[in-house]
Design a protein around this ligand. Structure first.
Ligand SMILES: *Cc1c(COP(=O)(O)O)cnc(C)c1O
Ligand SMILES: [Zn+2]
Length: 393
């Protein structure tokens, strides 16, 4: 409704909001949707009842690029709670510590925010069948939203994807193809099939970014527009972090907030290409080896949004860091003791926040929101291994 065009995140080239375009035809970088921000700013009035509506993805419809709000594909995604963890904030020495618990989404991960928008767009573009490459959660999510929309779904996942996620996708009716050893190989296969076999390709592209930026909208809304000092996010492909920064900047642009938070991104050891590039100032290089990890959801060799993660972190004065499997497991167990069960990848944000506090990157009185991206029941076997003291297969 208020969307304007597509803009390349690297070279700035502009394109119309058409179907069949996934990356910049000129330079190959990811694209961003832009809006008529003045019109959005004029729409929201100071005392608008809109402010009192409880948060959920489509509350922020004016920031979402859909033509017809009567045709959205939704399972009531978003509206996840923001928990303040007072005991843990005292123990670890934060001013305030909050967890945005994305396990409360319909399929158990934040991916549903993006899938709702992406599958809505797929219907707008008259797609018949969807394909997606995934480390598991996006596969389950697209399967659910595809089912809701009445579309056929094929998912392509690498070997070693947690069975829980595949079973979930199958129950939603998707066809599961296990391909390659890593997410990066599965992605190449899904992109090939999309071109050669006429699938509508879903995944870490611009429409997903639009849905996933609502994580930031909700955090700011739930804090009554008091901007936290830090938002800490796990980084796999980097698309969620990039989306969160876009969301924050959009709220700023239309005058809903006056300050900006610092954004931090956590990678797991062995898959730390973005952290390395950020530290050295060199381009993001693919990590060569597949290494065992407890954090399968973020085991990405070459994150498609690596460059955009670095840009977000630098623009916000933020931070990037690597955490170990042991640190991640420990952080996950800390969340468990607060009544929050996350899958291992989701605990990397708390693990990194803790480390940043110890290193003085986060100061004593600062407020921190850690994003816990997915539910613990998504990867029970890994937790069983952790609990039996046998971390990494
Ligand atoms: C997808 C996913 C991530 C990583 O998000 P990106 O957008 O790929 O960076 C982190 N945690 C969980 C649980 C996920 O499913
Ligand atoms: Zn470009």
């Amino acid at each position: 409704m208020f969307e304007k065009k597509l803009v390349c995140t690297r070279c700035g080239a502009e394109y119309p909001l058409a179907s069949g375009i996934y990356k910049c035809p000129k330079c190959g970088a990811p694209l961003d949707v832009t809006y008529h921000y003045e019109d959005i700013a004029n729409l929201i009035e100071d005392d608008d009842p809109w402010f009192r509506e409880s948060p959920h993805v489509w509350k922020y419809w004016m920031f979402l690029p859909v033509k017809n709000l009567k045709r959205i594909v939704t399972l009531n995604e978003g509206g996840t709670r923001l928990y303040r963890l007072k005991r843990l904030e005292e123990k670890l020495g934060f001013g305030r510590l909050y967890v945005k618990y994305e396990g409360e989404n319909p399929t158990g991960a934040f991916k549903d925010r993006g899938s709702s928008v992406e599958v809505t767009k797929a219907l707008e573009f008259h797609a018949k069948r969807l394909i997606v490459a995934s480390t598991g959660n996006m596969a389950a999510s697209i399967s659910a939203y595809g089912a809701k929309a009445g579309l056929e779904v094929t998912i392509v996942v690498p070997e070693g994807t947690p069975e829980e996620k595949l079973t979930q996708a199958r129950v939603y009716g998707a066809k599961v193809e296990v391909y390659g050893k890593t997410y990066d190989e599965a992605l190449a296969e899904a992109e090939r099939k999309a071109v050669e076999e006429d699938y509508y390709l879903t995944g870490n592209y611009h429409y997903r970014v639009e849905g996933q930026k609502t994580t930031a909208f909700e955090i700011l809304d739930q804090l009554r527009y008091n901007v936290p000092d830090w938002i800490v996010v796990p980084v796999g492909a980097g698309t969620h972090l990039r989306a969160i920064w876009k969301g924050v900047k959009e709220f700023h642009r239309v005058g809903l907030i006056e300050e900006l938070p610092k954004i931090a991104g956590a990678q797991i050891e062995g898959y730390d290409s973005v952290v390395r590039a950020w530290k050295t100032g060199k381009p993001v290089e693919k990590v060569e080896k597949k290494v065992p990890t407890i954090a399968s959801a973020i085991a990405v060799k070459k994150p498609v949004d690596g460059e955009n993660v670095i840009k977000a972190v630098n623009e916000s004065g933020g931070h990037l860091g690597t955490v170990t499997n042991a640190e991640t497991a420990e952080a996950g167990l800390m969340l468990g003791r607060e009544g929050i069960f996350v899958e291992p990848s989701s605990a990397t944000s708390l693990a990194l926040a803790r480390k940043m506090r110890e290193e003085g990157v986060i100061e004593k009185d600062e407020s921190v929101v850690v994003v816990a991206t997915g539910h613990g029941l998504k990867d029970v076997k890994t937790w069983e291994r952790i609990l039996s003291g046998n971390f990494v297969v």
